[in-house]
Design a protein around this ligand. Structure first.
Ligand SMILES: Cc1ncc(C[n+]2csc(CCOP(=O)(O)OP(=O)(O)O)c2C)c(N)n1
Ligand code: SF4
Ligand SMILES: [Mg+2]
Length: 288
């Protein structure tokens, strides 16, 4: 069960909020290995039952899809960075590490290498999950260097095209012309096409998509993690609009993502020939 993944240190138990104790006591995600997936979302506590993001924030829904898709949640470490994404991690019962803003791919590299050295007999997955400010802007060097070094990690960027958590500054992922509260003159150059940069920088698998379709996100996450585990770096850019900064209501995030499926976030998918071969083999073995 979930306590194997998530166990509260007895010394701190008396000061833990009741939600955290509840998460440990009633977690069900790892109780079984055959009942895992998107379908279990409504009844699995570890998959973000509650969160402190804005109501209707697509980042929260997207994180649920990512978590539900992990092939081995009990052997996965998620490395996060500061931003709205980081507000969700205290609410999930899986191994997560909060790294200094922008450093996430360097931190993930260290964790992955040490895990492989310490547990050579166990397959451990390391997944970076951070915003566009952390991934494509302040942390861009660290992101790319981990691709260049061919680290066995998956990088997932929750691209809301803005530094949301600090009130609306532009990032490299902001589209040209976009005005935000703290970027009043408008972005002067085009959005960095990170999913293409990932390919030229050595990723074996790279996708650009929105979080409008849970099954599509889950499929991409599983494939990317398997490719990272056996071949090398993989990248997913997932559009999760900041409804607050673009002036949408809580119930309008899904519509925005569906519209963008046909426009700026029309799907892009790159799979290297080695990765194609690997995925075909995993499919044949029933692991995908
Ligand atoms: C080293 C460091 N630099 C800057 C910050 C300030 N900071 C906190 S959150 C944030 C913006 C995060 O933007 P993004 O990565 O796009 O995530 P989002 O909030 O949009 O999900 C920044 C700049 C920080 N916490 N630490
Ligand atoms: S500010 Fe934007 S990204 Fe952050 S929680 Fe609110 S809607 Fe989501
Ligand atoms: Mg952002």
């Amino acid at each position: 069960m979930g306590t194997n993944i998530y166990k509260i240190n007895p010394e701190f138990r008396d000061i833990m909020p009741k939600e955290i104790i509840d998460l440990e006591e009633n977690a069900t995600w790892s109780a079984t290995t055959d009942k895992r997936g998107i379908k279990e979302l409504p009844e699995t506590k570890e998959l973000l039952e509650e969160h402190s993001l804005c109501a209707g924030c697509p980042e929260a829904a997207a994180l649920r899809y990512v978590l539900a898709a992990l092939p081995k949640p009990e052997d996965t470490v998620i490395v996060n960075s500061t931003g709205c994404t980081s507000l969700m991690f205290p609410h999930i019962a899986l191994h997560t590490v909060h790294s200094l803003f922008g450093n996430q791919n360097a931190v993930a590299t260290g964790i992955k290498r040490v895990l492989d050295w310490r547990f050579p007999e166990i397959e451990k997955d390391v997944v970076v999950l951070a915003g566009d400010g952390a991934t494509v802007d302040i942390g861009l060097d660290y992101t790319l260097q981990s691709f260049f070094r061919q680290e066995n990690i998956t990088t997932i960027c929750f691209d809301n095209e803005v530094y949301a958590n600090t009130g609306g500054q532009e990032s490299g992922a902001t589209p040209k012309g976009q005005v935000f509260k703290m970027a009043p003159t408008g972005k002067k150059f085009e959005k960095v096409r990170m999913w293409e940069l990932a390919v030229t920088s050595g990723c074996h698998y790279s996708m650009n998509m929105t979080a409008s379709a849970p099954k599509a996100v889950a499929k991409a996450v599983r494939e990317a993690i398997f490719v990272a585990r056996y071949l090398g770096p993989t990248f997913l850019n997932i559009y999760t609009p900041c409804i607050l900064e673009i002036g949408l209501n809580a119930n309008e995030g899904l519509r925005e993502m569906k519209e963008q499926d046909k426009e700026r976030f029309a799907a892009f998918k790159f799979v290297s020939p080695e990765a194609e071969e690997l995925l075909a083999k995993l499919k044949e073995e029933g692991r995908l």
